[in-house]
Design a protein around this ligand. Structure first.
Ligand SMILES: C[S@@+](CC[C@H](N)C(=O)[O-])C[C@H]1O[C@@H](n2cnc3c(N)ncnc32)[C@H](O)[C@@H]1O
Length: 361
């Protein structure tokens, strides 16, 4: 490695390592297929919010090999960079693989031991430990309240004897452990897709935006709604939902008073009055979905949208960027002000989720 250039560690969905590399255009150093992470070098700055395939973006400072069970703490402490002098939190992390799941028992046990030593050395903020925040399932909000602008310290274990020592900028990374935003299932939800929209809201909107943009009695259209997981997520937040799908809604979604099921074609349906939200989970070509979203925004039919772009078998990055650029070009030409963000969420498989929102003039 050339040590004059910054190195980066990025977590991703296993199988999407090459997409991560392609998106950053940085030099690949370690990109094992299905490992769930990549090491890159050479870009002075990367923007987390602009990287769809990156679950987490970390600056890599060094690594420790041959860690021995009898004393892991001494070599790890020696590898932690002297600057910054203090960290807001310690994250011990593992890849999103079967081996990683096995390792997470070890990191949970090791976390309080290392935290205690770092605190004694004055290198860790005296805020609640990461474990406590995670238990509250609101890391994002809690982190915001105590971290100020201090970087976080991340120690990533590709396996039990190797550790990569990293830091994250709280304004340019995910606050969630392993870059995975945890959300909980609702017992009445008609499908597990409920979790996907829940995760999208957590990832794309902070607590203030959620309170402002997702108020009871706001209106939403769900294109490709059946069996009703996304619709149920919106209804749980108090929104009135037009659920458009020729297929049936299931369970409680079929009879909920705030849900109106419309058996229509999602590509042809347009609301009589503009709505607050458009969500779309139809399995279709990304370009076709991009065109549909553009039409709704140019026509002033919605304020915000969350939609999926299903990725083709190959050329994921190119297909995604082509679809996103189509939206950008059309909205720029029409003078629509907006922000656009895409992420492959934890609950996304061969797809990315996009958040498009109108910016008021
Ligand atoms: C992946 S499923 C949606 C799952 C849903 N988001 C949930 O949370 O339960 C895709 C749905 O899109 C619907 N669909 C596909 N093409 C459509 C079209 N042109 N108009 C309306 N619905 C369509 C299918 O009937 C199917 O129910």
């Amino acid at each position: 490695m050339d040590n004059t250039l910054p190195s980066w560690l990025i977590y991703c969905r296993p199988g999407f390592e090459n997409d991560c590399v392609e998106e950053t255009q940085a030099k690949p150093i370690e990109t094992d297929k299905d490992s769930g992470y990549v090491v890159l070098q050479g870009k002075p700055r990367l923007a987390y919010s602009q990287l769809a395939f990156a679950r987490q973006l970390l600056r890599l400072h060094g690594e420790v090999n041959d860690l021995q069970e009898r004393d892991r703490i001494t070599p790890l402490l020696a590898a932690i960079p002297a600057m910054p002098a203090k960290f807001s939190a310690l994250y011990l992390e593992v890849p999103d693989t079967n081996d990683g799941k096995t390792l997470s028992g070890f990191t949970r046990r090791f976390q309080p031991l290392l935290e205690e030593v770092l605190r004694e050395q004055g290198r860790l903020d005296d805020a609640p430990p990461v474990g406590a925040a995670l238990a509250a399932n609101s890391l994002r909000q809690q982190a915001g309240s105590y971290t100020e602008n201090l970087p976080r310290l991340h120690i990533f274990f590709p396996n039990q004897s190797r550790a990569l020592i990293c830091t994250s900028d709280p304004h340019n990374s995910s606050a969630a452990l392993n870059g995975i935003q945890r959300v909980s299932m609702n017992g009445d939800a008609p499908s597990r897709s409920y979790l996907k929209l829940a995760e999208a809201f957590e990832v794309f909107l902070d607590a203030k935006e959620q309170a402002q943009f997702l108020k009871p009695n706001m209106t939403a259209v769900d294109l490709g709604a059946a069996p009703g997981g996304w619709t149920w997520q919106l209804a749980q937040r108090g929104l009135k939902v037009f659920a458009v799908d020729n297929g049936p809604l299931k369970g409680a979604a079929a009879t909920h008073p705030n849900i109106k099921h419309l058996r229509q074609d999602g590509f042809k349906f347009r609301p009589q009055r503009p709505v607050d939200w458009l969500v779309c989970d139809m399995v279709e070509q990304p370009q076709r979905v991009a065109e549909l979203m553009t039409e709704w925004f140019v026509g002033g039919l919605t304020m915000h949208a969350i939609f999926n772009l299903k990725l083709p078998m190959k050329k994921h990055v190119a297909a995604m960027q082509e679809a996103l650029n189509r939206i950008r070009t059309a909205l720029n030409n029409k003078g629509v002000r907006y922000t656009l963000q895409a992420k492959q969420l934890y609950h996304d498989r061969e797809e990315v989720t996009v958040y498009l929102t109108r910016v008021k003039k």
